[in-house]
Design a protein around this ligand. Sequence first.
Ligand SMILES: CC(C)(COP(=O)(O)OP(=O)(O)OC[C@H]1O[C@@H](n2cnc3c(N)ncnc32)[C@H](O)[C@@H]1OP(=O)(O)O)[C@@H](O)C(=O)NCCC(=O)NCCS
Length: 276
Amino acid sequence: MTAAVAASERITIRKCDGIDELKACVALQKEVWNFDDADLVPLRIFVVGQKIGGQVIGAFDGNELQGFAFSIPGERGGHAYLHSHMLAVREAWRNHGLGRRIKLAQREDAVRQGFELMEWTFDPLEIKNAHLNLVRLGAIVRRYSVDHYGASSSPLQGGLPTDRLVAEWWLKSKRVVNLLERGQAPQFKIEKKIAVPAEIYAWKASDGDRAKAAAVQARNREEFLGFLPQGLAALGYERDAAGNGAFLLGRWDERWSYSSPFLDLSGNTPQEKGSQ
Ligand SMILES: CC(C)(COP(=O)(O)OP(=O)(O)OC[C@H]1O[C@@H](n2cnc3c(N)ncnc32)[C@H](O)[C@@H]1OP(=O)(O)O)[C@@H](O)C(=O)NCCC(=O)NCCS
């Protein structure tokens, strides 16, 4: 066992408790995204979220918060679901599995509460997040949202439009249960690929190269907006040795969906709760 893995095992994942722990989440949010104050989710929303059926789950090294996830309840087609608005891990602790462990704790708590669906948005240019969401957690993507939040003050966005993919995590689907509880990776026929070059992080961060990042975003936006309405979903993600990524699109063989004005799943009928 490496020292890093041993260290991460001493981290406890649990619900945040009390105002001081929620304040620590706000501070970590500021540290991770470096938002202007106007873009920060304030303490009071964390308090409200926790009180109305949402989740504030932290990763603690002793008493010190090293990561957290924040979700709030929503409604779609008469079904309650959770929208996970933020997942953050302090830089020094990244790539030790904490992000995944926090998501698994969110799932466990959500299932206990009777939820079937958790959603969140993520930037399609973030190769690491795409791998975590699709490959390690078993989320799928059927929706693309153009400039979802409008302009962002976070340097992570690199001044580009805030395009987002919507991750749907069907907590009790065969795909998710087989992956997380039996270690079986989902099988599907790859019909399309959408590529993201490894240089994307450097391009977003550099004034001189930002136009290249914008061109990748524009091309991928067009491809997603073309392919997703054809009934394709992003079901996998591959990375090569150089760090390039690619979304793998295919047809999902399960029919979990809640009807939504934002969701036209070309032929998929809304699913009754628990009928899958
Ligand atoms: C996204 C984030 C929460 C992930 O936390 P984490 O603790 O580092 O995540 P994990 O260690 O559980 O998993 C990371 C995975 O990405 C992989 N990874 C790391 N760097 C990568 C890269 N450049 N490209 C592709 N995959 C990468 C890791 O190998 C790991 O996969 P594995 O388990 O198959 O080995 C963290 O990076 C973060 O706080 N980012 C900034 C905020 C953010 O983007 N939040 C999410 C959107 S709301």
